[in-house]
Design a protein around this ligand. Sequence first.
Ligand SMILES: NC(=O)c1ccc[n+]([C@@H]2O[C@H](COP(=O)([O-])OP(=O)(O)OC[C@H]3O[C@@H](n4cnc5c(N)ncnc54)[C@H](OP(=O)(O)O)[C@@H]3O)[C@@H](O)[C@H]2O)c1
Length: 326
Amino acid sequence: MTTWAGGIILSSEFVLSKYGDSLANKTILITGVANDSIAGELAVQISAYKPSLVILTARSEARVEPVVAKIKSKNPDVSVRFLKLDLSDLKDVRRAVKDLSDVPKIDHFVAVAGVMVPPFAKTADGLESQFGVNYLANFLLVKELLPKIRAAGPKSSIVICSSSAVRRGQVHFDDINYSDGETYDPLDAYGQSNAARTIFALFLGEKLKGEGIRVFSVDPGAVQTGLQRHFGGEFLAQIQVLRKSTEPLRDLDGRPYNMPNFTGTSEGASTLITAMVDPTIEEAHGAFLHQNAPAEDHLTSHILNRDNWTKLWELSEKLIGEPFTI
Ligand SMILES: NC(=O)c1ccc[n+]([C@@H]2O[C@H](COP(=O)([O-])OP(=O)(O)OC[C@H]3O[C@@H](n4cnc5c(N)ncnc54)[C@H](OP(=O)(O)O)[C@@H]3O)[C@@H](O)[C@H]2O)c1
């Protein structure tokens, strides 16, 4: 059994100083880019390492503009392209991929966009919004982008942002939509979407192992970003109680764990960079990364249950209305 490093979270600058040179001349697509988001920090950090093209997605170009300005001030030579993409509409995902028809290959696809504990809402396709935006849109995006990622060859990567919420998250196969909102619990639904993201990466990593495409899901740690915009007073009070409690949190299997402490955005982006380029973790296809290292011990029996991998894949194919065969 391999023992991985981990233990503290590294800065993006540190990870890039070791492995960033491999990003030269690469095409990198990042979702969820905004000035105050983890993806925005990631885009600025990696752009210093001379990628040939960085494609930044957001729902509106205005969200990306300050990030582009920062990138250009670090590296005026890098080509940056805005791609409009609304993950709450599968039609828009398909449209956005068509807009990339002139891009022959994508070396790194990093799916960072996400939403946390919003009031109940449904996507254009009728799904609870966190499941739809955080997970299902990425299933379709990966399916549609795979030919371009394959064209980039071995050592290309598919990185799916996830969260420590996987510890309590489970996919409610019998009721993904919380009885059309009637039984909606925002935090449980955030956990569900992250369990789905991590199960997807585990199965995808296994399916793509023979092709040498790196696949990981990533817990970026806790960072103050736009993600906290839906935290209401009641939710924050709940968190305060948990933080002050001497009782540890318990995962779905009853194992104790601690709530993560906040770090800066550089630390928040660093494990995503590890997933993209750290050669020392290559053999851990599909793994969930925490603090720059694989962390299988963070995964519950629900997530490691292979029947759930198959169930989720089949459900996702049904929801996007087409097979995704690898
Ligand atoms: N921050 C943390 O502590 C933390 C911890 C664990 C995991 N994560 C994960 O990290 C990822 C990034 O979060 P963050 O902290 O950087 O949050 P953030 O600042 O809110 O960034 C999320 C990004 O996703 C975009 N987004 C939301 N809904 C979208 C949609 N329907 N279509 C397209 N884009 C959409 C947002 O765009 P708009 O600006 O237009 O809304 C925003 O740019 C998330 O997936 C989150 O689950 C974060």
